[in-house]
Each structure stands twice: as C-alpha cells, then as structure tokens.
Design a binder for this molecule. Structure first.
Ligand code: HEM
Length: 459
C-alpha cells in the first residue's frame, strides 16, 4: 500500500514557483523538507517534482538501472551555454559516451598525481599573496579560492596560465559565469512568456555566454598556434580517438567540454575550500588538530606528493565539510519506469523528476546521529567513512554520471588547505559572523571575511 505524498499549497499556473526563494532557492527546499518530511511534491510551472531528503530515499534512487540523470529545470538551461558537454549531455547522446571514454583516463589517479607540481605552484601563489598582504588585510576567501581553482583547472587541464593572482578584480569569465548560472536558476522558475519580454536580461545572458565562449576559443586557438606534446586534457580532446568507436570529438563538442571543465572544474572546489575554512575557524579543536597534523607530517618543508595520503585529518575535514555543505547541493533523476521507493511506500510515475536534496539527506540523524548538524571530522576517521551505509555521503553524485573531477578536486583541496594551515592562524573579520549562503547553481559562504595571521615560529 503506497502513502500519499504531501504537497504545499500552490497557485494556479505558477504552481509552487512563487514558494521558491529567488536568491537562495536551496533555503526554500530545506525549509519545505523540515515542514513536509523526507518526500514532498512540487509543481514548478508544470514541471512535476518530488523532492527527497532522507538517506534511505537517496540510496533508493541511486541506481543506474532504475534511474537516469534528468536534464530539466536550471540544468537544461545551462545547456544554452555548454551544450552537450559532459555535465549537461543526455545519457543517450553519443558525444557523452565518446567524451567520457576519452577523458576518464585523464582524470585517473596517475594523471592527477602528475599535476601535483602545477597545483602546488598555484597554491604557493595563494599563500604568498596572503603572507604579503599581512594580518591586517581583510581576506575574501571565496574570491581568492576562486582565483586558485580557476587557474588550477586551466593550467592542469589546458596548460594555460590565467594569472588571476596578478589581477586586481576577477577574470571576466568568472562574473559572466556567475551571472549566467544565476539567470539559469531564475529562468527555470519564471514563466517563458515573462522571460521573452525581458530584453535587457536576455541580452546580458547572451553576452555572458559570449564572454565565456571567447575564453574557450582563445585557449584552443593558443594551443593550435603553439602545439605541445603534453598529454593534457586539451590535447586528448583535440587529437585522441575514442577506443570504442574510433571517433574524435567535434570542434563544437571540444569547445563545450572545455567550457564545462572551466565551470565545473573550479566553482565547486572553491566553495569546498571556503566552507572548510569557515568550519575550521568555528571549531577551534578541529583547527588545533589540523595544525598539529600539518606540523607533524610537513614540518617546515613544502608539501610533497607523498604527504597527501598521510594527511588523514585534513582529508576528514574535507569529507565532513562536503557532508554539511555539499557545494553542488542538489541533483535530479527520473525513473525509467513507474516505480516505488521507500520500501514500497512512495509511488513515483516515470514522468516525475526526483530532486535529491543532498544537503538535508547528508544530515539524516538515522545515519549521522542526533548531532548530525555539527561539524565533527572524527566521524570520517578510523574506518568510519568506509563503513557508512551505501550512498549516505554523496557530494560527488552517483554512478555513471558521477563527478569525473573528484580525484582532481580532492588533491587540489588537500594541497591548498595543508599549505595554508602550515603558515597561518585564521580569525574572522567579524567575530559574530554566522554562516550565510549565496547560490548560483552551487553554494558558497556569503559575506565571509577572515584575517590570516602568520603562525609563530613557522617559516
Ligand atoms: C559531475 C560535484 C569538482 C567536473 C558532478 C556531479 C556532482 C559534482 C554532484 C554530478 C551532477 C549530476 O548528477 O547532475 C562536484 C564537487 C566538486 C567537483 C562537489 C568539488 C568539490 C569537479 C572538478 C571537475 C568536475 C574539479 C573537473 C576538473 C565534472 C563533470 C561532471 C561532474 C565534467 C559531469 C560528469 C558526467 O556527467 O559525465 N560533479 N564536482 N567536477 N563534475 Fe564535478
């Protein structure tokens, strides 16, 4: 016997579109989860959604045989900019298969290890900047972590130096990308007729896509002008053939994937580092243990590749950060056929989209206990992470459409966090600051500023 699925009050035509906050939509989804429980139904301008937020339901829909990644809402609109790049391609689109097979090895452990020197180079630019600015300088970590991660993906994957640390403001790509993603989110909850008459907004949207595309085209043109035999991602896309079909990527698909990597490859990781810094400052005991570990493993020496696997507490900090604040906080799937989930309790017709509210599901007390809202890296240590129920920690998505860049992001984040902790103590600019969010497609702390103080007796 299936149970009925609750739904908040709605209004004709718009459905629940007006119930979703414009600036931080995630806040509305979380509040509704608190009010209606592990599953509720929404109708956004005719799109029928179930929003789920328990670990059990998240596990139930994590099955590539029964559910597929659904391209609708904001994600479908992101296709306006990046087309059939890996992130926004439909499962059945041949270009997804070709790019996936070609690029998976480039994101394997061995290739990522080769990127260590370039990752370290950029992490050192960041520590140098904070050192030179000194303890009085008010740092905007989200901004500088964006410089770091944007430059890192461009250098490691495309051997292209953006030199963001040598610019006053941010690279034009960054603002255009943020505005483009915000507008994708807004459009998804706005009637098409209204969007069609918003002439200025639409012109800006097109302009933002152009700004982003120009950078991708410039990177490709630069490579054609100055070829290299480096086996980086760009060369693989330009010159390799799919082992299964023998096909190469088309020029337009290369551009789409380049753009995809420039976007997906930095936005989430800079959010991860910013949240990690916030949680550490708010948890002096965790900060003390992190400093202790870095001192023990690195001492006064610059981090080496072989240190990475030894930094277990730093690893646990990042895992716990991704649990509490998964920077890609929701993903969507659809069943291939009508199906029931939750031990047969909930009926999901095949024309419904299931939105996985990861940020709530990863705080499910049934898995994480009554203190599930608390930042406690210890829950990720000593085999506890490996012993978690399946799919209860899922910030990188699931299955065939899971994040291809996970090992890249992880290595990059460990290097940066360890290098920063080796040198600095951190304090809040405003001691009373409590976490606020900003959201484009991903989330980051908003209005979060810190000071970096040199650690006494450290190099
Ligand atoms: C897919 C999260 C870093 C490239 C995904 C998905 C998630 C995710 C949740 C699945 C989305 C869905 O199912 O709709 C993250 C997080 C990161 C991160 C939290 C950092 C902390 C990266 C990096 C890259 C990258 C560094 C590239 C270097 C991609 C791509 C996909 C993807 C290309 C699409 C894969 C496919 O569908 O074949 N990511 N990501 N991500 N990510 Fe990441």
């Amino acid at each position: 016997m299936t149970s009925s699925i609750p739904t908040p009050p709605s209004i004709p035509f718009l459905g629940h579109a007006a119930s979703i906050e414009r600036e931080v939509p995630l806040r509305s989804f979380r509040l509704l989860s608190e009010q209606y429980g592990e599953i509720y139904e929404l109708n956004i301008l005719g799109r029928k959604l179930f929003v789920i937020s328990s670990a059990q339901l998240m596990n139930d829909v994590s099955d590539d045989k029964k559910f597929y990644k659904n391209m609708s809402g904001p994600l479908l609109l992101v296709r306006n900019g990046v087309g059939d790049g890996l992130f926004t391609a439909y499962n059945e689109e041949p270009n997804w298969g070709i790019a996936h097979r070609l690029l998976m090895p480039a994101f394997g452990t061995a290739s990522i290890r080769d990127m260590f020197p370039d990752m370290l180079d950029l992490a050192s630019q960041l520590t140098l900047k904070w050192e030179r600015f000194g303890p009085k300088h008010r740092i905007d970590p989200a901004e500088d972590f964006t410089r770091l991660t944007f430059d890192t993906i461009a250098l490691c994957a495309m051997s292209y130096r953006l030199n963001s640390f040598y610019r006053e403001g941010s690279h034009p790509f960054i603002q255009s990308m943020a505005d483009f993603l915000v507008e994708c989110n807004l459009r998804a909850n706005r009637p098409g007729l209204l969007t069609s008459i918003m002439v200025q907004t639409n012109a800006k949207y097109e302009e933002d896509i152009k700004t982003m595309t120009e950078l991708a085209d410039e990177i490709i043109a630069e490579r054609r002008r100055n070829p290299t035999d480096k086996k980086d991602l760009l060369n693989i896309m330009l010159f390799s053939k799919d082992p299964k079909t023998g096909e190469s990527l088309s020029d337009i698909n290369i551009r789409n994937n380049l753009l995809t990597f420039l976007i997906a490859g930095h936005e989430t990781t800079s959010g991860l580092l910013t949240f990690a810094l916030y949680y550490l400052i708010k948890s002096p005991e965790a900060m003390r243990k992190a400093h202790e570990e870095v001192d023990e493993i690195l001492g006064d020496q610059q981090i080496q590749l072989t240190d990475i696997s030894k930094l277990k507490y730093i690893d646990a900090i990042l895992r716990e950060t991704m649990r509490l604040s998964p920077t890609a906080p929701m993903r969507t799937v659809r069943p291939f056929e009508d199906i029931t989930i939750g031990d047969g309790k909930y009926f999901v017709p095949k024309d419904y989209t299931v939105v996985i509210n990861t940020i709530v599901a990863q705080r499910d007390p049934a898995v994480w206990g009554e203190d599930s809202d608390k930042f406690r890296p210890e829950r990720m240590l000593d085999g506890k992470f490996e012993a978690l129920p399946p799919n209860s920690w899922q910030p990188f998505g699931f299955g065939m459409r899971a994040c291809i860049g996970r090992p890249f992001a992880w290595q990059e984040a460990i290097i940066a966090l360890a290098a920063l902790l080796q040198k600095f103590e951190f304090v809040l600019d405003d001691p009373s600051y409590e976490l606020e969010l900003k959201q484009s497609l991903t989330i980051k702390p908003a209005h979060f500023y810190v000071h970096a103080l040199p650690r006494e007796g450290k190099p």
